[in-house]
Design a protein around this ligand. Structure first.
Ligand SMILES: Nc1ncnc2c1ncn2[C@@H]1O[C@H](COP(=O)(O)OP(=O)(O)O)[C@@H](O)[C@H]1O
Ligand SMILES: [Mg+2]
Length: 332
């Protein structure tokens, strides 16, 4: 039996999503193969081991973790998907599922993801990097020099609609669409509640598609799935609260577009020095059919109906098999 620690919950805005993902993972793990240890982090950062209905607070975390053969941090967002827990597991020499410290932290930070993708030559929408410093906004230019914030600087580089996002966030928390100056200012203020680094991006009007990468002996890349958000864009509510958001696998796009996206997904995974798994998200612009990368998620949603497992299911790899592969890869 492999002693497997499923770490979930966490202090990020995606606590609930992590609980949903972990529940699915635990349900679908082969109980003959794994001795499962459920390690729950509450919203305040306290750790518990769950045994049946009982939650026991963990007093010696290092001891508890060191007893595992392998850990699966089914955590999304800050403190889970950003390299911090990965760093702790590295220090304790505990093998773990998924991306390492560097790739996790790049993937979590939208500004730095953009910088790496730029270097890799992966097409993406133009953007402006804003920072909040001492209650004032500043623009950080391409050379990382800090300039005075002026709305005109944004308007001269980007067209409406724009998307404003906290650099470190997930599940669309803090993400707003802006169609005029007023909305833009409000969206920047709003995003600054979640992070001091803010990204303003040119909006793409088109399809939203996703592709899954799995690190086996060789990198496996799935087909492409399409998101049909129930709201104007794929907001938090459209993701989790409105059952009308749909996914279509494979996406209704051409064969050559699918091939192009698969290639770009692999490139993105390599560019961030990915390991284990990632879901790579793209837009396809209606007017031009151009493909733009949106982001890479190093710990994508993992419920049974999430896009990542569904994309591999379409290739004949069941959810349980997928978990086995991920865990096996962590132990190599
Ligand atoms: N540049 C953009 N053009 C069009 N829609 C966008 C753009 N950026 C974000 N969105 C919409 O907002 C959603 C959330 O943004 P995203 O960058 O994926 O953040 P998160 O990491 O929270 O998922 C996307 O799924 C998409 O629907
Ligand atoms: Mg996203």
């Amino acid at each position: 039996m492999i002693k497997l620690g499923i770490i979930y919950g966490g202090t990020s805005t995606e606590h609930d999503i992590s609980e949903m993902s972990a529940k699915s993972v635990i349900e679908n793990l082969d109980k003959e193969k794994y001795e499962i240890h459920e390690l729950f982090i509450n919203r305040y950062g306290k750790w518990f081991e769950c045994k049946g209905d009982k939650k026991e607070e963990i007093y010696n975390l290092i001891w508890t973790l060191k007893d595992l053969d392998v850990a699966f941090p089914v955590l999304h967002g800050k403190g889970g998907e950003d390299g911090t827990i990965q760093g702790m597991l590295e220090m304790l020499e505990i093998p773990y599922v998924g991306c390492g410290v560097l790739s996790s932290s790049i993937g979590m930070d939208k500004v730095y993801t953009k910088i790496i993708f730029e270097r890799a030559g992966i097409p993406q929408t133009p953007y402006i990097y804003i920072k909040k410093k001492d209650d004032k906004f500043i623009i950080v230019n391409e050379n990382f020099d800090e300039e005075e914030f002026e709305i005109e600087k944004i308007l001269s580089k980007l067209k409406f609609p724009m998307f404003v996002k906290p650099s470190n966030s997930g599940s669309s928390v803090g993400v707003k669409k802006a169609t005029n100056n007023e909305e833009l200012k409000m969206a920047i203020m709003n995003a600054s509640q979640f992070d001091t680094k803010i990204l303003v991006e040119q909006g793409v009007i088109g399809k939203e598609v996703e592709c899954a990468v799995l690190d086996e002996d060789e990198l496996q890349v799935s087909t492409v799935g399409e998101i049909m958000p129930a709201e104007e864009f794929y907001s938090f509510d459209a993701k989790y609260n409105i059952p009308d958001s749909k996914t279509i696998i494979p996406a209704k796009i051409t064969e050559s577009q699918i091939e192009e996206i698969r290639k770009l997904a692999l490139k993105a995974f390599r560019a961030i020095d990915g390991k284990g798994l990632s879901r790579v998200d793209f837009f396809i612009e209606n007017e031009t059919n151009k493909i733009y990368i949106n982001e890479i998620n190093t710990m994508p949603g993992f419920t049974k109906i999430s896009m990542y497992p569904k994309l591999f299911e379409a290739a004949g790899i069941s959810y349980s098999e997928l978990l086995d592969k991920l865990i096996k890869n962590a132990l190599i």
